[in-house]
Design a protein around this ligand. Structure first.
Ligand code: BEZ
Ligand code: FE
Length: 282
């Protein structure tokens, strides 16, 4: 006999309604979601007013989403959920470069640039030489690796956030390695910036006593045939927000050296990307 809903057996009441011939993965994910969601409400003895507030929050979050703004991803980022899903799906062997959060500011189709080119098109900020190699786990160079790089400008904005102010493709470019696996390009020493905080996620952070800042970083998407895709950043080591990144993206191994080149106003940052072969289990 089917059971009616009760507080004590709320999970069973909902999950027993699932059909028998449904997708088994969907059945597993939904059963667990219902179990944990109900446990959460019971754990905090959720009030009706709090649930109404949450529905309002989620509605405002959804209403803010459009082509250029994804407030739900921002919410997932600020709750550490994006980093958790990324960690579960990108377990890497020791020595391989670690993944971190992708973020909303990557743009497909950046220009392919010559090694050594300057990606800072607005002439702002402190110039920095980014240099290193793309290697496999044995230290051998990887030829034909694509390094797609993007960064904010020295005012803390990506070009897509200021289409009327910054040149298109400012601080973006793709570099393809030769047989030696080496890369080098000129960009800027990145600066810390707040994630978009004029919506519900910003309100949530403020109510939790959290700041919206990310420590200074440069983004990379590194791909090569036969290797797992690497989505990562390098971070500037002395940034005041390193230990309180609002999206939890910092990993020890991703903090790169930034040193002044003697006698020049140029910085230099060395970093090797170590890719994991496709066949290594995640
Ligand atoms: C970023 O680093 O570009 C970023 C990541 C997560 C949320 C917002 C921005
Ligand atoms: Fe960023």
């Amino acid at each position: 006999m089917a059971e009616y809903f009760s507080e004590e057996r709320s999970v069973e009441a909902v999950n027993s309604r699932m059909g028998e011939d449904i997708n088994p993965r969907l059945a597993r994910v939904m059963a667990s979601l219902v179990k944990h969601l109900h446990a959460f409400a019971k754990d905090v003895t959720l009030t009706q007013e709090e649930w109404d507030l949450a529905i309002g929050f989620l509605t405002r979050t959804g209403n803010l989403c459009h082509g250029e703004r994804q407030e739900f991803i921002l919410l997932s980022d600020a709750l550490g959920f994006s980093m958790l899903v990324d960690a579960i799906n990108n377990r890497r062997p020791v020595g391989a470069t670690e993944n971190t959060v992708f973020g909303p500011f990557h743009v497909e189709g950046a220009p392919i640039r010559e090694m050594g080119e300057n990606i800072s098109l607005d002439g702002k900020g402190e110039s920095c030489l980014f240099i290193g190699r793309v290697l496999d786990l044995d230290g051998s160079p990887i030829e034909g690796a694509r390094i797609d790089v993007w960064s904010d400008n020295s005012d803390g904005f990506y070009d897509v956030q200021q289409p009327d102010i910054q040149p298109k493709w400012n601080n973006r470019g793709i570099f393809v390695t030769g047989a030696d696996g080496c890369y080098n390009f000129v960009g800027i020493k990145p600066v810390s910036y707040p994630i978009p905080d004029d919506g519900p996620v910003g309100q949530m952070l403020a109510s939790l006593g959290r700041h919206p800042y990310r420590p200074a970083h440069t983004h990379y998407l590194v791909t090569a045939e036969g290797y797992q895709q690497l989505v990562t950043h390098t971070f500037v080591g002395d940034d005041p927000y390193l230990e309180s990144d609002t999206v939890f993206g910092v990993k020890d191994t991703l903090i790169a050296p930034f040193k002044r080149i003697d006698g020049l106003t140029l910085w230099r940052s060395d970093f090797d990307f170590i890719l994991t072969p496709m066949e290594v289990a995640r």
